[in-house]
Write a protein that binds this ligand. Structure first.
Ligand code: ADP
Ligand code: MG
Length: 252
């Protein structure tokens, strides 16, 4: 796990990152230009997520959840404000630099799995390692071991259409893990699954959390958010509430 947090002492002010912080945003804005209209999808988000936290992000449709995930995941840059990932200011990096950081630090899991239809589970999981130039033998060994860890040892040579929805999402989770990212970001990962399969996937996230991963999960299902330890609600592009989940607070 890439858990070391490089902290520039010059940045260790109230709003900047401290030791152990994985994600820190300071007054993050995202404005989309739509012809002559401007949409303020995020309007000053301040969020701090520490190593090995398990956070659910909730909020109504259009509130800015996916926009925030895209910024946290280095898929896009903010219009204003700062974002530190593992202590590094990434808010002003160009697209190539963002892509490099993303491949190393972030594992994405999507509602629609986003697997290559014609490729086996093994090849789907190997892909991020091809992009970063890992030699073939090491790549295959690593991909196999991650697939085993998500319970798919028997399904390595199957293609997505030969797998159930839950198995496809396990392949996608294995792909997200293969580079040993510092954060796993999941946008509605159970949205296309029945509730039993969804619970199995959430049990897998529990395991990943127990192994020391940092997890940020977007959901609009309260049952799913209950798996997380902290629930952040966003409304109209700002954080409306941020609290410890009842799963933790009820433990007493
Ligand atoms: N690429 C885009 N161009 C223009 N507007 C966008 C774009 N992406 C999102 N928006 C707008 O930004 C707001 C937040 O969207 P989004 O982050 O997708 O919300 P959520 O994921 O919570 O449903 C919405 O008003 C949406 O229409
Ligand atoms: Mg969304």
């Amino acid at each position: 796990m890439a858990i070391e947090t490089a902290v520039d002492p010059m940045l260790s002010n109230a709003s900047g990152p401290r030791a152990g912080d994985v994600i820190v945003t300071d007054n993050l804005w995202k404005t989309y230009e739509m012809g002559d209209q401007q949409v303020n999808a995020l309007r000053g988000v301040n969020l701090r997520i520490r190593h090995n936290e398990y956070v659910a992000i909730m909020g109504p449709s259009g509130s800015g959840k996916s926009t925030l995930m895209n910024l946290i995941g280095c898929l896009d840059s903010p219009s204003q404000g700062k974002y530190w990932l593992n202590g590094h200011d990434v808010s002003e990096l160009n697209d190539d630099e963002l892509a490099r950081i993303r491949n190393k630090e972030i594992g994405f899991v999507f509602q629609t799995f986003n697997l290559l239809a014609r490729a086996t589970s093994l090849h789907n999981v190997e892909l991020p390692l091809i992009y970063n130039g890992t030699p073939a033998a090491a790549r295959i060994e690593r991909a196999k071991s991650v697939l085993e860890s998500v319970g798919l040892a028997e399904r390595m040579m199957h293609k997505p259409n030969e797998l159930s929805g839950g198995q496809r999402q396990r392949v996608a989770i294995a792909r997200a893990l293969v580079n040993k990212p510092s954060i796993i970001l999941a946008d509605e990962p159970t949205g296309n699954l029945d509730s039993k399969t969804g619970d199995e996937i959430m049990a897998l996230f529990d395991d990943l959390h127990a192994q020391g991963n940092t997890i940020v999960l977007v959901t609009h299902e309260p049952d799913i958010a209950e798996f997380a330890h902290r629930v952040v609600t966003i409304r109209d592009g700002v954080i409306a509430s941020d609290h410890i989940s009842s799963r933790i607070s009820n433990k007493g």
